[in-house]
Design a protein around this ligand. Sequence first.
Ligand SMILES: Nc1nc2c(ncn2[C@@H]2O[C@H](COP(=O)(O)OP(=O)(O)OP(=O)(O)O)[C@@H](O)[C@H]2O)c(=O)[nH]1
Ligand SMILES: [Mg+2]
Length: 456
Amino acid sequence: MEETIAAIATPPGEGGIGIIRISGTEALNIIDKIFQPKNPARWAAKKSHQIYLGTIVRSKPQKAVLDEVLVTFMRSPHSFTGEDVIEINCHGGYLPLKLILELVLEQGARLAHPGEFSKRAFLNGRLDLSQAEAIIDVIRAKTEKGLDVALNHLEGKLKEVINSLSNDIIRILAYLEASIDFPDDEIEAMEQQEILDIINNSLQSINKMLEGFKAGKIYREGLKTVIVGKPNVGKSSLLNALLRENRAIVTDIPGTTRDVIEEYINIGGIAIKIIDTAGIRSTEDVVEKIGVEKTVELIKQGDLVLIVVDAEEGLTEEDYKIIDLVKKAGKKYLLLINKIDLVENIDLGIENNSLKISAKYEKGLEQLEQAIKQMVGTGQVKVGTDQMITRERHFEALGRAKKHLEETKTALKNNLAPDFLTIDLRAALRALGEISGETASEDIIDRIFKDFCIGK
Ligand SMILES: Nc1nc2c(ncn2[C@@H]2O[C@H](COP(=O)(O)OP(=O)(O)OP(=O)(O)O)[C@@H](O)[C@H]2O)c(=O)[nH]1
Ligand SMILES: [Mg+2]
């Protein structure tokens, strides 16, 4: 029998209310022992999906009321986890939550692991894996668009698409298996065309999702934008200007920033993660050197690089080296000519993707935001949010499904025996099943739920 689990479901700290969640076969027994309902007759009926007012009472070491609470009861299987679930709404202070949780644990519940409620929901078939992942994305969404995609997945939109792809493959498999059992009937031309059509349709739908991945990922994680440049060109000033607050220390001493600073801004519904870095130059200072190495690493991880140069100084050899570094990493970048307030006329005349700005006097920032929006290009990706994939895991599995479907197509065209086709079709099916969780290994499943917080 599964153990009954319990945890505090609300974040630590003071709040108006706090919630303790209990799930499992013992949930009702446990709450019965510690809850004194205001209306015992009503509580005795234990109607599901109702709220009951009362107090939580401890009997040891001496009888004491711990808090006045509202208890919600959701009977299996109509609950989040699919098991009997009790939620105790108490006052949102550290002590009531802690004391009530301790009492619940004393009565036989075990403290839940991170994500264990969601994992049970998955194991009991209340959610597929893509929906479980969406829970975390809803909680962590940084923009409304990111939230929109996550909610779509939570609702099961991605699950539907994956299911329908799987069902098509299963249909072909069933047909092919029948023809393996009756080998005398060859696959006729007509049927072959039918199979091809189904596969082509599936491939089209998969390709669309793969294409939308970049945009989807940006919606989920934000666009990683790395600010680089020589020391003292105004990188931290730019970060502050974009954030509209003084987040990073700005001084006229080169080498001010040594640690990487990360913050989020919202440009047109897209979360932009801005990363300020240590200035790049050949350096003897050990601490600074580590910072520079980190910067090179960050360029590699970034989606977009903002290269800042000093208008007064013009483009120096060091600037060109940095531009080269970014180009070599194959990154999209914008060249920002900063401190234009200090010069009358500048014509650095090289890069067409350059912008003139003044971080200190907040000039040219709107154009910069506009340019970033354009470079993201998410508007050009025509994928509905319902089939937009946002996770590397989904992208990778879909890529494999695609490969196997293409191989099936080749085998079909070469008139290979049905056995050959079924091998690839099964592999495609397995790949799709990893997204829904049907064929995901325990490892993958564990990794996904470990990412959750306790109580979720
Ligand atoms: N006139 C003018 N000064 C600026 C502008 N932007 C930055 N500065 C000044 O340039 C100096 C360096 O600015 P920072 O933002 O610290 O430069 P940084 O690139 O982060 O420098 P490091 O962290 O040392 O690599 C400061 O004195 C800023 O006030 C600008 O647009 N115009
Ligand atoms: Mg700095």
